[in-house]
Design a protein around this ligand. Structure first.
Ligand SMILES: Nc1ncnc2c1ncn2[C@@H]1O[C@H](COP(=O)(O)O)[C@@H](OP(=O)(O)O)[C@H]1O
Ligand SMILES: [Mg+2]
Ligand SMILES: [Mg+2]
Ligand SMILES: [Mg+2]
Length: 323
């Protein structure tokens, strides 16, 4: 017997791949037109589309990307970005623009990093996912945007969904509504101070992505009373900066996986601009100048200032116990 929901999974995975590729095509088009000399470190590449067996995938992605590229302009969009009716691209152009994301990263100079769909697994489950973009200059994240189409606008309005988190270095962190035409004003974000009673951990849903048993021990050491919030994608960083949790904790599973810069760059500047601290689990800064990855993986800890140092101590204790 075939496994449950096999057909649904096949369709959903194909849809996500289409979403990933076409989102990278559209975003790279806009970046390429507006900042033509900026390289891009993007998660996806067009190799599968270029393969002989990739004709169906290629046709569908070209169709989807062109649907978005040629749609009537929104109030905050410009024709000079390569958007609007008449701006369809050929299959070759679409594949080339996706492959503009092949940059390897660098210690100096400026580049963008893009995760066209972060939290793929969450997207497949109909839960949280995010479109993530950051600008890195001389290894430092200067700007980060995290679009969360499925995240409630606040924990008190679970039915209103869709928010964008924006942070610019030295200019603060904000939450905007997802729709550019919405009249709602930006919300200025500062991570609140937590007590032992109100604190909880924000962690991955996927056990393959983070060592959740370690988090449990850290929570015990900290005396945390609330259950953790499990959420896919960098929506966790958004939840953290608006005070929905207290600590972002991601510990390596021991497989040698190296964290990708596009999975943390926007979140890093968002946390810092909301008054928080983000480091690896040893308290070292995340290094965005090493290439496409953050290098050797010691995990990620993000929280408000006071909480962050308590979490580092708890992590140290849990490690010393042999967890
Ligand atoms: N073994 C692993 N350890 C840590 N992160 C991993 C991993 N395998 C995949 N990931 C990353 O975890 C991201 C999702 O993070 P989270 O667990 O916080 O939702 C994935 O992003 P994509 O969904 O963009 O591929 C992927 O890059
Ligand atoms: Mg990702
Ligand atoms: Mg992704
Ligand atoms: Mg991926």
């Amino acid at each position: 017997m075939s496994s449950p929901y096999a057909a649904e999974k096949q369709v959903a995975v194909a849809a996500v791949r289409l979403g990933d590729f076409s989102a990278q095509a559209v975003i790279n088009t806009i970046l390429g037109r507006t900042f033509p000399s900026d390289p891009i470190v993007g998660e996806e590449d067009a190799a599968d589309m270029r393969a002989e067996s990739g004709a169906a995938l290629r046709n569908r992605i070209v169709e989807l990307a062109n649907e978005t590229l040629t749609a009537p302009l929104q109030p905050d969009e410009h024709e000079s970005w390569g958007l609007g009716p008449g701006h369809a691209q050929t299959a070759e152009e679409i594949m080339d623009v996706i492959d503009k994301g092949n940059y390897g990263g660098s210690r100096t100079g400026r580049f963008w990093t893009l995760d066209p769909i972060d939290g793929t697994k969450g997207f497949l489950r109909g839960e949280q996912y995010a479109v993530c973009l950051a600008l890195i200059v001389d290894s430092r994240v200067e700007l980060g945007v995290i679009g969360c189409p499925n995240l409630p606008t606040s924990s008190s309005s679970p039915d209103e969904r869709g928010c964008v988190f924006v942070a610019v270095r030295n200019q603060g962190a904000y939450q905007l509504p997802l729709s550019a035409s919405s009249p709602t004003l930006p919300i200025n974000l500062t991570i609140p101070t937590f007590s032992q009673d109100t604190l909880n951990l924000l962690e991955s849903v996927e056990k393959a992505h983070a060592k959740l048993s370690f988090n449990e021990r850290v929570a015990e050491v900290l005396g945390v009373k609330r259950a953790p919030t499990r959420m896919d994608s960098q929506a966790k960083y958004g939840a953290l900066v608006r005070g929905d949790g207290g600590v972002y904790l991601r510990m390596p599973t021991g497989t040698g996986y190296r964290e990708k810069i596009w999975d943390h760059a926007p979140g890093a500047v968002l946390v810092e601009e909301a008054g928080g601290v983000i480091t690896d689990s040893r308290g070292q800064p995340l290094d965005f100048g090493l290439g496409r990855t953050l290098g050797e993986n010691f995990g990620v800890v993000a929280a408000g200032k006071e909480v962050h140092s308590r979490v580092l101590e708890a992590v140290k204790k849990a490690k010393e116990e042999g967890n």
